[in-house]
Design a binder for this molecule. Sequence first.
Ligand SMILES: [Zn+2]
Length: 237
Amino acid sequence: MLVALPALDDNYIWLYGRENCPVIVIDIAETEKLFAYLAERELQVEAVLLTHYHDDHTAGVASFKRAYPQVPVFGPPETREKGAEHIVAAGNIRLPHYDIQVIESGGHTANHVSYLTEDHLFCGDTLFSAGCGRVFTGDYAQMFQSLQRLKSLPPETLICPAHEYTLSNLGFAESLSDPAIVRQEVLQQRFTEVRALRAENLPSLPTSLGLEMQINPFLRAKDIKEFTRLRQAKDNF
Ligand SMILES: [Zn+2]
């Protein structure tokens, strides 16, 4: 199962699990809906994975740990104070039911990481559908490198970002006329599909890397100069 639980204004708490296995939970913005969801379906949690330290990804960790003290919480160094007790960097996490690859994806924050398991990429605020995260405590070169790393994954990889920003990102991508930066006909199809999903209050996610390679200007930027120009233009869009 793959579930995007809406949280706060536009965050998602992701749950992933194979049938009859405990689930993993990625980022915990808040716990009310999460606890209700887990209880209703009698789900066990094998681990919590944090992508970065921002409150809208970690504010629920303390209350989660009180309710589920036996569940390990993994995260990069910047999440230690938010409750991660297993500090990760590039490499692998081996859990009883899941093998998870940790991919460094700094830029939005300096230590941001993404998690890859069974062709599902949980990329926090690094990569969004048709967009990417703002550069805060990392820098542009780091963000560009991170996107190059994520881009090298197989096209069928399912991308599970932490925010529902797709419509606004598509609006920005639509405003770019350079065909090298956006395939407009593919983008228009995606726009139609996402408008219909959002009209029913359904998530526009996950997306696939193959689709993003056609509509995401930040993945299609050819060098760091172009990437920085696009990211700054989006900041002011
Ligand atoms: Zn963030």
